[in-house]
Design a protein around this ligand. Structure first.
Ligand SMILES: [Ca+2]
Ligand SMILES: [Ca+2]
Length: 715
């Protein structure tokens, strides 16, 4: 829009000469792409009005020091969610290769890399946006020197990364620690590395020497603005740890990393951080090892937040097979859209046993998570999903839209409201207050919800209890004969129960209220008047993590799918192996269905009907497995006037998708021939709960599906 490039001159601030266009009196907007020593607040578009009576000069008061123009910010997010960090004009990039490097080089060219991490580190400058890049595919039997270097700013961090395609550079840390920071480290990004405590891996007898070990990545405090992304950490004591040894840390992001197999410690232990987000990562089999560990020490977790953190966000992660907990969220925070599979205990929130509690109680939100199955702990029964306690008064902590399904232990309630035992700061612990449980689904679990009998209604100390809303939850297919274990007396002045839908095959299922066991009829009458005792039909509630594995072509085992998810990286990213994809598969199974079964899909509607010569499939909105059979589909050749006999066909039904598929094993080459055909899918033969198939979606069943179509020659 300018007549020519604006000229930037330095003055007390800077002046921009606006060329031939008349900017006098007009609003102007300026984007600054590149400069140094500017404050962050002056970074973004600067808007002002040029004085009306001056020449075409915009004077800025910001003390900017211009550089050559650059079109991108240094730190950006790619369209598919990865962090890109472009070098600044004064970035010094140091290349390190264990296979090709020589420490007599200075490392500034990929053609002449240095060899050791120590030499590479020594070439970096403190306070500069320097990049230390490790060659992909290379292996170091060396750990990083204690890290003391900071970047320049959030937009110009110091970077430890990789160069070259594919495999992450591999750091064999043995019994040492892979990466440790000293005090006062800011603006650090660690991207695309793999840390492996190879001497501790009991499955690898070639390298295993014993259980002595260190931490994969240790941030010992006073760390500010840290990004860890696309990193793999395996087999350390604690794979990652934050401790406030040098002071508190802040602004930490751990993204899309794979953190596995820690033992004698947790996958991540976090203490003393203000502002931490963990997202898109895989946590598998942390906190124990069944080969070398002492069983009594299987007490650690996939992720463990102490009570002394704030600003916690945990979203979109997979937590599998933790030693004890999938996630200990003692500091509270936002816990969203995570998938928990086969942990002895899914997660805790606020509550802390044998340790310090979050002072004054935790708060936040637990929403959109899915909890599947469970496991014992050294032979002792466990198996619950969410345990809450020490929740701050007035916080309105929300537990919303979680799905808890397929109890493996059949011993404990899915959601437990509790008080920690042996709390170290009982005077700063508050009991449980102002919690809202809304729209959750508990399915095929021992029981839905419990409170501890140690709660004291309106109490003011660590046993205090007030403010509980339990609304619009589905507590379905309860297996124990007891739906609710409200062990302390229920005070309707402090609690509200409404609109919940209960169901158990046992009509006599009990509802505990203090010392009393109530029937559903009494529970509804006195406690939850707008509730119902009704069996909610979901689309495919038997979906599990294992069945998602089968759907992707693997075995019916947790490990088969997890091993693929452990291989996720930026260079080998597959959407179907994201937690989000697995979560969606499960959640889609828990959509409640109503009305007659509808015809949702058929491959006869596809543009290319070649595949229909081998199989014809129909998908339904409800489970019709009880009624559907091979004879419900009639197929005839319109030209040949030939009806395919039921004995020439075979039909299979997938209860996880409600898709029926007909094949033609009795036909020549197992195929229908090319030509004109017609089908009739017989509504009266396809029913759910006695309601016939609805193919025109008017809500009334009984209308069959008919279609004439032409099958093509195979090319
Ligand atoms: Ca039938
Ligand atoms: Ca109809």
């Amino acid at each position: 829009m300018l007549g020519r490039e604006p000229q930037v001159t330095e003055d007390a601030g800077i002046q921009i000469l606006c060329g031939s266009l008349d900017f006098r009196g007009r609003i102007w907007r300026l984007r600054v792409d590149s400069y140094k020593n500017a404050t962050r607040s002056s970074r973004w578009p600067i808007v002002g009005r040029a004085p009306p009576f001056t020449d075409n000069v915009i004077r800025m008061t910001q003390p900017l020091e211009p550089l050559e123009p650059r079109t991108h910010l240094s730190v950006t997010m790619s369209a598919d969610g990865w962090t890109d960090i472009t070098p600044s004009s004064d970035t010094r990039t140091i290349f390190v290769s264990s296979s090709m490097g020589d420490d007599r080089n200075d490392g500034t060219s990929p053609n002449f890399p240095v060899r050791t991490l120590a030499r590479g580190y020594g070439q970096l400058r403190n306070g500069k946006p320097d990049h230390l890049l490790l060659r992909t595919g290379d292996v170091w039997e060396e750990t990083f020197p204690k890290w003391r270097l900071s970047g320049r700013s959030e937009q110009e961090p110091i970077v430890v990364g990789k160069y070259g395609p594919n495999d992450k550079p591999l750091i064999l840390a043995g019994s040492g620690s892979g990466f440790r920071t000293a005090e006062n480290v800011s603006h650090l990004a660690i991207i695309g590395l793999s840390f492996f405590a190879h001497t501790r891996d009991p499955y690898n007898t070639a390298t295993f020497t014993g259980t002595a070990g260190g931490d994969g990545m240790a941030f010992l405090g006073d760390v500010h603005d840290l990004l860890v992304e696309n990193v793999t950490i395996d087999q350390f004591t604690k794979n990652m740890v934050f401790q406030p040894s040098y002071g508190r840390s802040d602004n930490v992001r751990i993204r899309r990393s794979v953190i596995t197999d820690a033992y004698n410690g947790s996958g991540i232990y976090i203490n003393g951080v203000d502002g931490i987000t963990i997202e898109g990562s895989v946590f598998d089999h942390n906190g124990w090892n069944e080969i070398v560990d002492i069983p009594e020490q299987r007490i650690d977790h996939n992720v463990y937040f102490s009570a002394m953190n704030s600003g916690v966000v945990v979203r979109d992660n997979l937590f599998v097979d933790g030693g004890q907990h999938g996630l200990q969220a003692r500091s509270g925070g936002i816990i969203q859209d995570n998938l928990f599979v086969r942990n002895p205990i899914g997660m805790t929130f606020g509550i802390a046993g044998g340790a310090l509690s979050h002072v004054g109680g935790a708060s936040g939100e637990v929403s959109g998570n899915v909890f599947l199955g469970g496991r014992d702990l050294n032979g002792a029964a466990r198996g619950w999903a969410i345990e809450l306690g020490n929740i701050r008064r007035g916080s309105n902590t929300l537990v919303r839209d979680n799905i808890i399904a397929h109890d493996a232990m059949n011993t404990f309630p899915a959601i437990q409201l509790n008080i920690g035992r042996d709390i170290k700061n009982p005077d700063e612990t508050v009991g449980l207050h102002d919690v809202n449980l809304v729209g959750n689904i508990v399915y095929k679990w021992h029981s839905a919800l419990s409170t501890t009998n140690r709660f004291v209604n309106n109490g003011t100390d660590l046993n205090g209890f007030s403010g509980l809303l339990v609304r619009n939850n589905d507590f379905q297919q309860i297996t124990s004969g007891r739906a609710i274990l409200h062990r302390h007396p229920l005070d309707l002045g402090l609690e509200k129960w409404e609109g919940n839908r209960y169901f158990s095959e046992d009509d006599n299922v009990k509802f505990q209220n203090g010392q009393t066991e109530m029937s559903y009829r009494d529970w509804q009458r006195f406690i939850d008047p707008s509730s119902a005792f009704t069996e909610v039909e979901y689309f495919a509630p038997d979906r599990t993590f294992e069945s998602y594995s089968v759907r992707l072509g693997h075995r019916n085992r947790v490990g088969a799918l997890v091993s693929e998810m452990r291989h996720q990286s930026r260079d080998y990213w597959r959407e179907e192996y994201t937690t989000a994809a697995a979560l969606k598969f499960i959640r889609d199974g828990f959509v409640a269905v109503k009305g007659p079964p509808r015809l949702l899909t058929t491959n006869l509607s596809s543009k290319n009907l070649a595949g229909a010569r081998r199989q014809i499939s129909f998908g339904f909105s409800r489970d019709v497995s009880e009624s559907i059979d091979v004879g419900d589909l009639k197929i005839w050749s319109r030209a040949g006037d030939r009806v395919i006999r039921a004995s020439e066909m075979s039909m299979t039904y997938d209860r996880l998708t409600h898709v029926a598929t007909w094949t033609f094993p009795g036909m020549k080459r197992g195929m229908l021939w090319a030509g004109d055909w017609a089908v009739h899918l017989h509504a009266p033969g396809i029913t759910s709960d006695g309601r016939e198939l609805d193919t025109d979606w008017d809500g009334k069943g009984g209308d069959s599906y008919e279609l004439k179509f032409t099958l093509p020659e195979l090319v």
